[in-house]
Design a binder for this molecule. Structure first.
Ligand SMILES: NC(=O)c1ccc[n+]([C@@H]2O[C@H](COP(=O)([O-])OP(=O)(O)OC[C@H]3O[C@@H](n4cnc5c(N)ncnc54)[C@H](O)[C@@H]3O)[C@@H](O)[C@H]2O)c1
Length: 404
């Protein structure tokens, strides 16, 4: 059997190559992204492609690359991929939604301390040649109350690190979340705003969160409190925040995300928050560290390898999710199909007709597709599967052996 080949674009971290090669895949790497036609040409014969945010995988690319089985987005977002077209072609897409959470938390902790010590102003004065040694307006964070809005992957990690620094942590989340350490859940956002010396937003990007933090919420924050947003730009009303900083009600703010962000490197950054005192502005780099890149490299290559070798679609962003474990013995049949009645019955009928004993079966559906992975205790002759392979409901059928 020939080895699967993978094309990695956009200078993906070498951790990915390491994982693929260890698993017997042939890796080709390129440092840059490719345009549509070049991508189509480069993907002939490739089973998988790894990209970051600059490579667009369009419907045309997907329709013109018959060998392609899976796409790895070695980043968080997947907007650059036509996910619907990929699903229709049966091409699995994986990304790395959580690999950079620690990086975000470390940036936020650093920023809170920097704001509490008014470092943006102090460092600017030094660069301007002004020696201005004063304790005025500078505070320790120990004993202060940090209010975390959105207690998910990032919010909970921030909670743990902040407590280690001596913060009292309170949080508000619309979902039921277990408090970490000594953190205390509060029942409403208003309650959090009334108590917190520092408010840090870590909510997700659901549409209802657009504009959730505007003039009314800022007005409810404690006088001279600090504000941080490293979640989504659309959540905060930047013009209202500007007014609260200029009035002195908010003593400092750190923003890593903005309602409108420049598209390309070097583009001008327009914002109502430019030029304000004690405000840290960063170009959406919360998750951008070498460590996060390495973690992303390991994570996505692991998901792709499990897909190609075991048929596992665990954490795929577009296909039904089946976390198929490694196959120890016998054989495995994986069938991606249109989500219509009777497919599971036909798989099981085929196996019963062959006298095959099913040792495990996993099924998941997502929208218009279903995915069933069946392990049997013996090897099946390949022609046993022809009927299923040719069924109108079938998108693809693949078989796996132990150690394949
Ligand atoms: N700045 C960066 O570079 C960077 C990097 C990674 C993630 N992020 C962003 O950080 C945010 C948090 O990421 P995560 O992985 O922790 O997400 P998550 O999905 O694990 O957690 C989000 C939490 O927010 C809660 N929530 C949603 N809306 C809420 C609301 N209106 N009020 C209170 N709670 C609400 C959810 O219930 C959930 O617990 C996301 O928006 C993500 O896109 C930014």
């Amino acid at each position: 059997m020939s080895k699967h080949e993978v094309l990695l674009l956009e200078d993906i971290h070498p951790a990915a190559t390491e994982v693929f090669e260890r698993n017997g895949l042939v890796v080709h790497t390129r440092t840059r992204s490719l345009g549509e036609d070049d991508l189509i040409e480069a993907l002939q014969g490739m089973s998988m492609v790894g990209i970051r945010s600059n490579t667009r995988v369009t419907e045309k690319v997907l329709a013109s690359t018959p060998d392609l089985l899976a796409i790895g987005a070695f980043c968080i977002g997947t907007n650059q991929i036509d996910l619907g077209a990929a699903a229709r072609e049966g091409v699995a897409v994986f990304n790395a939604p959580y690999s950079n959470t620690r990086s975000v938390v470390e940036l936020v902790i650093g920023e809170i301390i920097a704001l509490a010590r008014r470092l943006p102003e102090k460092t600017q004065r030094m660069h301007d040649g002004i020696w201005d040694k004063s304790a005025q307006g500078s505070h320790e964070v120990r004993g202060r109350t940090l209010g975390i809005v959105g207690y998910g992957n990032i919010g909970t990690q921030l909670s743990n690190l902040a407590e280690a620094l001596g913060f009292r942590v309170i949080f508000f989340d619309t979902a039921d979340r277990l408090a970490h350490g000594n953190a205390r859940r509060v029942g409403t956002l208003d309650q959090l705003l009334a108590e917190a010396d520092v408010v840090s937003l870590h909510v997700d990007g659901r549409p209802g969160n657009a504009g959730m933090f505007g003039a009314a919420e800022l007005a409810k924050m404690k006088p001279r409190s600090l504000f941080v947003n490293a979640s989504r730009g659309m959540v905060v009303d930047d013009v209202a925040l500007r007014e609260h900083i200029l009035s002195g009600h908010i003593a400092g703010a750190a923003l890593d995300v903005f309602p409108v962000e420049p598209k390309a490197q070097g583009d001008t950054f327009e914002s109502a928050l430019r030029g304000l005192p004690n405000v840290i502005l960063t170009p959406h780099v919360g998750g951008s560290t070498q460590e996060a890149q390495e973690e992303i490299g390991f994570f996505v290559s692991g998901k792709l390898t499990n897909f190609i070798h075991r048929g596992s679609t665990a954490l795929s962003v577009n296909l039904p999710d089946v976390a198929a474990p490694a196959l120890e013995s016998g054989s495995r049949v994986a069938l991606l199909h249109h989500n219509i009645p009777g497919v599971l019955a036909s798989v099981n009928q085929m196996l019963a007709d062959r006298g095959a004993n099913v040792s495990a079966q996993y099924l998941s559906t997502r929208g218009e597709q279903g995915y069933v992975v069946t392990d049997v205790t013996t090897e099946l002759p390949d022609d046993a599967l022809d009927g299923l392979r040719q069924a109108d409901s079938t998108l693809w059928l693949r078989t796996y052996r132990p150690g394949s």
